[in-house]
Design a protein around this ligand. Structure first.
Ligand SMILES: [Zn+2]
Length: 298
C-alpha cells in the first residue's frame, strides 16, 4: 500500500532552509512562507491502490476511518505580507563589524517613511563612495530586496556598541521607494516634539516614556514640514527624503537613528546608557512589517 507522506509546516520550513533568515528565530519578515499542508483525513478513493493493497483485501469492507468528516474547503485566511530582509548585524567582510542585536528597541513605532523603501548600504552600494566603480546610485539593485543592516558599518563616528574601537555607523540607511529626491515623505516614528533642527538633521524626542530619540538625516532641509519646537503625532510628515549633507550632497536616502531613552542592556549583555545609539534595524523591520500588514499610524 502506498504511504501518504504528510509534511507539517515545520518540516516544510526546515526543508526550505535555503532562506537567508533561517539562522534567526522568529524574526519578522524572515519567516519562510509555506503552503498549507493538506489536513490528515481518511484516504480518498484515488489513494487506494486498485488491487486493495497487500494489507487490505479488496473483498473486505473498508472500516470507517477515525476522525472528523472531511470539511468542505474554506477560503484561506489572508496571509500577512512579508518581505525579505537580511539578518541583523550581517555586514559583508571589509565593510565593518556588524553588530548582532535582535532587540526590538522601539516595538510600537511607526515606519518612518510614508512609502515602501529599501534599507541598504549607501557607502558600499552601487553609486556609493566605496561601491563598485562606474555604478549609479539609481541602479535597480539598490531598489530591491533584501534589506541589509548598516548599523556599525565602517565609519569614524563614535558608537560604543560597535566592535573594532567603538566607532561605526550610528543608524540605518534607507533608500526611498524610487531614486528621486524631494518626493518621498519621512514621517514621525512616534508622537513627540521636534527638539532640534540642524544643518541636515531633524531630531524627534518621543513624548511617551521611555522618551526615545529619533534623528532623521538628509531630508530636504529648505522645505521641512516641521520646525524646532513643534509637537508632532506619529505618522506626521516631517520632510522629504533628499541628499542634504550640509555641503557636498550624499546619496538620496534617509539616515535613521534611534537612541535610548533609558539604560538597559543588549541581547549580548552590552550596557546601554541614556542616549546610546541603538541598532534600529529590527525595530524598522517590525514597523515595516506592520505597515505591509495594513497597520496605520496617525
Ligand atoms: Zn547613514
Amino acid at each position: 500500500m502506498r504511504k501518504l507522506l504528510i509534511l507539517s509546516p515545520l518540516v516544510l520550513a526546515l526543508a526550505l532552509g535555503a532562506c537567508d533568515d533561517t539562522t534567526k528565530p522568529a524574526a519578522p519578515g524572515g519567516e519562510v512562507k509555506t503552503p498549507a499542508s493538506p489536513a490528515p483525513g481518511p484516504p480518498t478513493p484515488e489513494d487506494e491502490p486498485s488491487d486493495g493493497g497487500a494489507e487490505q483485501p479488496a473483498s473486505e469492507p473498508v472500516p470507517p476511518a477515525p476522525g472528523p468528516p472531511a470539511q468542505p474547503p474554506t477560503p484561506p485566511a489572508p496571509s500577512p505580507a512579508t518581505f525579505n530582509h537580511g539578518a541583523p548585524g550581517d555586514i559583508p567582510a571589509g565593510q565593518g563589524h556588524g553588530y548582532l542585536d535582535r532587540t526590538v528597541w522601539s516595538p510600537a513605532m511607526c515606519w518612518p517613511l510614508q512609502d515602501d523603501a529599501y534599507a541598504n548600504s549607501q557607502v558600499y552600494g552601487h553609486g556609493g563612495g566605496m561601491g563598485p566603480a562606474g555604478t549609479s546610485q539609481c541602479d535597480s539593485v539598490n531598489y530591491s530586496l533584501p534589506w541589509h543592516d548598516t548599523f556599525c558599518e565602517a565609519r569614524s563616528r563614535d558608537n560604543p556598541l560597535c566592535a573594532g574601537g567603538g566607532t561605526g555607523h550610528q543608524g540605518q540607511d534607507i533608500r526611498p521607494g524610487t531614486c528621486k529626491k524631494n518626493l518621498h515623505w519621512a514621517v514621525a516614528a512616534e508622537s513627540g516634539v521636534i527638539t532640534d533642527v540642524g544643518t541636515y538633521t531633524v531630531t524627534l524626542t518621543a513624548s511617551a516614556a521611555p522618551h526615545r530619540t529619533y534623528r532623521y538625516l538628509h531630508m530636504q532641509m529648505a522645505a521641512l514640514a516641521v520646525h524646532e519646537g513643534d509637537t508632532v503625532v506619529d505618522g506626521q510628515k516631517l520632510g522629504k527624503v533628499s541628499n542634504d549633507f550640509g555641503g557636498t550632497p550624499t546619496t538620496i536616502h534617509l539616515h535613521f537613528e534611534l537612541r535610548a531613552g533609558v539604560a538597559g542592556v543588549t541581547t549580548d549583555g552590552k550596557p546601554v546608557v541614556l542616549h546610546t545609539f541603538l541598532p534600529p534595524y529590527m525595530s524598522l523591520a517590525e514597523a515595516y512589517q506592520r505597515k505591509l500588514n495594513g497597520g496605520t499610524c496617525s
